[in-house]
Ligand binder design. Structure first.
Ligand code: APR
Length: 232
């Protein structure tokens, strides 16, 4: 029998227990920074140093944290299922835990790209991208991040994956940011959908949803053991 496919959509909450701040919780990143100052093409036009510094701090922190139980539970799930992760996160904690299939919707912190040719993407050595660091065409390198107002090129592929799910799992996202938050509408009717998040989310509009009101670490471990039990 072919393996059942579990498609997992993750957000900042899956990395919260690793010590990475979420965006919209109290104490979240968007309390300390204005999105318009650091995460838009206009911000980049206005003040490249501020934008570079914001992502340098994020990248520096990423070298100091480790994957948590939630990331590892998703790796464990691969023993019994075809697991496909779609993440809104720009960290690499799913990969470092050992997940095989990870699609990044909003870019990757450890990569940088040309500011004049988006096809020129490079791995950055270390945490710091500096003013004056240039691509092979001589243009300033920018973070490899999808900023607000920029197209999310991975959405068609993520929608197709969502549509192919036998089981859909959502972990640690406020479902506030589109188009990512709309991916659940591509899940085929009748597919079981699980949401793991300790927050107060209004998800009444999602049919077939089981809301596991827990933190990612404990919630994901529990769900993974349930899914494995049902599978055998
Ligand atoms: N375990 C699971 N979920 C948690 C935990 C935890 N320990 N702690 C907080 N959360 C939940 C919150 O309840 C909230 O629902 O994580 C979610 C975080 O929501 P946001 O901060 O809005 O993050 P996210 O949904 O990933 O944001 C989407 O917005 O700013 C952009 O590009 C950025 O990819 C990001 C996008």
């Amino acid at each position: 029998m072919p393996e059942k496919r579990v498609v997992v959509l993750t957000g900042a909450g899956v990395s919260a227990e690793s010590g990475i701040k979420t965006f919209r919780d109290s104490g979240g990143l968007w309390e300390d920074y204005d999105i318009m100052d650091v995460a838009t093409p206009e911000a980049w036009e206005r003040n490249q140093e501020l934008v570079l510094d914001f992502y340098n701090q994020r990248r520096k922190q990423l070298y100091e944290v480790e994957p948590n139980d939630a990331h590892y539970a998703l790796v464990d799930l691969e023993k019994d299922f075809d697991v496909q992760i779609i993440t809104q996160n720009v960290d690499d904690l799913h990969e470092r835990a050992g997940s095989s299939n990870v699609m990044h919707l909003h870019g990757e912190l450890k990569k940088v790209r040309s500011s004049v040719d988006e096809r020129l993407v490079y791995d950055l050595d270390g945490w710091e991208l500096k003013p004056g660091d240039r691509c092979e065409k001589g243009a300033q390198l920018r973070p490899h991040i999808v900023w607000f107002g920029e197209p999310v090129d991975m959405i068609p592929a993520a929608a197709e994956l969502s549509n192919s799910a036998d089981i859909y799992v959502i972990i640690g996202t406020s479902l506030n940011v589109y188009p990512a938050a709309g991916l659940v509408s591509y899940v085929r009717p009748g597919t079981p959908i699980y949401l793991i998040d300790p927050g107060e989310l209004s998800v009444g509009h999602i049919p077939g949803l089981t809301f596991i009101r827990e933190k990612a670490g404990t919630g994901t471990k529990k769900l993974v053991s349930e899914l494995k039990k049902d599978h055998t």
